[in-house]
Design a protein around this ligand. Structure first.
Ligand code: ASP
Length: 285
């Protein structure tokens, strides 16, 4: 998702080395997670309204193994903690203080993730803040990666600092298997970005994969899932203009697609022909 060409490139290189899609998606997520200028993922992510950077991430492999962390503070690479949850515990999700405790027990280093830049933006926001965080279609940029390994197996990862200036404790779709990410090795995979609440409402990424199972192309499946959100939003008398959600999907044959509500969403694709950034088609024209 988004302008993450360096991430897709790192993922591609990793797959060339180890062959494994799971290694690729993790390596790809590391790039924005470590980038202080990327204000929506990992280190340098915008904090919640109380000034805490809290991170959500999940990862899933071709066997249905999955790991997730929510509301995690102080760890630069939540995606790797999610992978450790998957590989080293009998659980799928760990949250908050428990997730941090687990991360530290696995040798992850505790760090301050709030950069000067993000702190400044938060202090600026606080001047106007009407207590509840205002929904702003620019303030989100979750990184979601879907990759095929050398054996044709598929994996996915998703990592975010969530909505900027959110309520303390708020968790979005990104660490929720079936909402922000879903992988089914028989069919394909999907990941999401945008207003997590809307994605959760329709169990978005599981829906996209199931639509592909019914014969839809990745593009058609993303479009239908977005239309589901459009319909629900209208039924609930909410303004669609205040919402952005984008889905990307990849099938086992390497076909991919994307669709979103508002213009401005793009995604990077790295295959044997190189790395490119593609503007997603969208509903609200
Ligand atoms: N989906 C993320 C969340 O709701 C944020 C985003 O992608 O913009 O936390």
């Amino acid at each position: 998702t988004w302008k993450n060409e360096k991430g897709t490139q790192a993922g591609y290189q990793k797959i060339m080395e180890t062959g494994k899609a799971l290694d690729g998606v993790e390596a790809g997520a590391w790039v924005p997670e470590a980038d202080p200028n990327e204000t929506t993922v990992g280190y340098g992510g915008y904090p919640d309204r109380d000034g805490h950077v809290t991170l959500d991430a999940c990862i899933m492999d071709h066997l249905g193994n999955a790991g997730s962390v929510t509301f995690l503070e102080h760890i630069m690479h939540p995606i790797s903690v999610a992978r450790a949850v998957m590989e080293k515990t009998p659980h799928v999700m760990l949250s908050g203080a428990g997730a941090l405790e687990f991360a530290l027990s696995q040798g992850f280093k505790k760090q301050d993730l709030l950069t000067e830049k993000s702190k400044k933006a938060w202090l600026e926001w606080k001047k106007q803040a009407k207590y509840e965080p205002k929904v702003n279609i620019e303030r989100h940029d979750t990184i979601g990666l879907l990759e095929l390994g050398k054996a044709g197996e598929i994996a996915g990862a998703c990592s975010t600092s969530g909505m900027a200036f959110k309520m303390h404790g708020r968790v979005g779709d990104s660490p929720i298997i079936g909402a922000g990410l879903y992988v089914d090795n028989e069919i394909g995979a999907a990941t999401a970005t945008g207003h997590g609440e809307e994605v959760i409402r329709i169990a978005g990424c599981h829906l996209v994969v199931e639509l592909m199972r019914q014969g839809k192309s990745p593009q058609q499946a993303c479009e239908e899932a977005v239309m589901r959100i459009v319909k629900l939003t209208q039924n609930r008398n909410k303004n669609l203009k205040d919402i952005q959600v984008g889905f990307i999907a990849l099938d086992k044959q390497g076909n991919y697609g994307a669709y979103c509500i508002q213009g401005g969403f793009n995604y990077a694709v790295n295959d044997n022909s190189g790395n490119k950034l593609i503007d997603s088609d969208y509903f609200l024209k």
